[in-house]
Design a protein around this ligand. Structure first.
Ligand SMILES: *Cc1c(COP(=O)(O)O)cnc(C)c1O
Length: 364
């Protein structure tokens, strides 16, 4: 089996994939309502929240778009904290819908500085909401959302969080940290195929929703919430992916979310240690290095394209390259969701073989 080690889509256990082959049911009938209710209550446990959680048929980006269009009005000032590709994307969505975006960007590979967020909010008192990425998949950095959220609370602003590649894998207690809208996506740490975006929505966010005037139709979460009360979704959902999610949540809650977080820490530590032992430098500031994806800075002489191609063609291991300006400069190992120590051991062993073939002499 291919060792798919990209930060999403991630491999899925066979028992979860099997759910996808179930016969279709009426999405307005009692059987689907039961499934959707189970999914919603399971999601709340993983999000560690009593807020509403709505499930949309969409990729993660649609979830981010839903967060923007349901909370804001054209002309609203938004502080967009960005540490990479996905932070920039969140900002771009807000801009597309007419928000006045104030960018607060940090060097790629570094985490956002909560004090800089405070300064930006002092300088821009009219800001309505702050956009933050929890885990920046493009650079392999996890922001300290707890500290950033605390700062945002000092100013009583909305905090909208992209947790697409962290929720379910890295501890993110939504209520404890007081985050208003938090978005995730099924194909990252959830062991489920692509197709669902899940969002938690706080009471404060629902209040903002009643005032938000950005245009929305498919992603109208007020409609999603009222339909959810009947065990339904506004539009035909990806029923097969919802079946898979129900099964995945059962498996996850059986393992226990704290055990899942601990497994991700253990495997990420092992990945970073193994990579450094090969003589490779980490790209991310190690203090904030992600526990779902490890980014490695390509040293002088290493041909990243050749490395990933050789691993794929000769060893059936698929790693991620760098996105946008990081193409050719870094490569990434995904270790989220359905992942064990053995999966990473295999990657490290084969890296040892292939690195010299791609221009880098492994440290002895
Ligand atoms: C994958 C990802 C997204 C986008 O998800 P799509 O499902 O590709 O739309 C957004 N943010 C982060 C941090 C991601 O890792």
């Amino acid at each position: 089996m291919t060792n798919l080690r990209i930060p999403g889509p991630t491999p899925c256990p066979d028992v979860i994939l099997k759910e996808m082959s179930r016969q279709m049911i009426n999405h307005r009938g009692p059987e689907f309502a039961q499934v959707l209710n189970n999914v919603t209550s399971g999601l709340k446990k993983v999000f560690q929240t009593n807020n509403d959680v709505v499930t949309l048929t969409s990729s993660g980006t649609g979830g981010l778009e839903a967060a923007v269009v349901n909370m804001l009005s054209p002309g609203d000032k938004v502080l967009a904290v960005s540490i990479g590709v996905f932070g920039d994307r969140f900002a771009k969505i807000a801009k597309t819908y007419g928000a006045e975006v104030i960018p607060l960007s940090f060097e790629w590979g570094k985490a956002a500085d909560p004090d800089a967020v405070r300064k930006a909010l002092q300088d821009n008192p009219a800001v309505k909401a702050v956009l933050v990425t929890h885990n920046e998949t493009s650079t392999g950095v996890t922001n300290d959302v707890e500290a950033i959220s605390k700062v945002i609370k000092e100013f009583d602003k909305l905090i909208l969080v992209d947790a697409v590649s962290s929720m379910s894998s890295i501890d993110f207690p939504v209520d404890k940290w007081g985050c208003d809208v938090v978005v995730s996506g099924s194909q990252k740490g959830w062991m489920v195929p692509p197709g669902l975006a899940m969002l938690s929505v706080s009471t404060k966010a629902w209040k903002a929703n009643t005032e938000a005037k950005m245009p929305r139709f498919y992603f109208d979460i007020a409609k999603a919430k009222s339909d959810l009360e009947k065990g339904q979704t506004p539009w035909t959902p990806a029923i097969s992916v919802v079946f898979a999610m129900e099964k995945a949540l059962n498996i996850m809650l059986e393992e226990g979310i704290q055990n899942i977080f601990a497994r991700h820490i253990r495997i990420a530590d092992m990945t970073r240690k193994g990579v450094k032992e090969l003589g490779l430098p980490l790209f991310a500031d190690e203090k904030y290095a992600s526990n779902t994806v490890t980014s490695i800075a390509a040293p002088e002489g290493l041909d990243v394209k050749l490395l990933t191609k050789t691993l794929r063609e000769q060893h059936d291991i698929v790693l991620g390259g760098g996105q946008l300006q990081l193409a050719g400069k870094i490569f990434r190992i995904g270790h989220l969701g359905y992942v064990t120590e053995d999966d990473i051991k295999e990657v490290l062993n084969k890296l040892k073989v292939v690195l010299p073939q791609a221009g880098f002499e492994v440290k002895r």
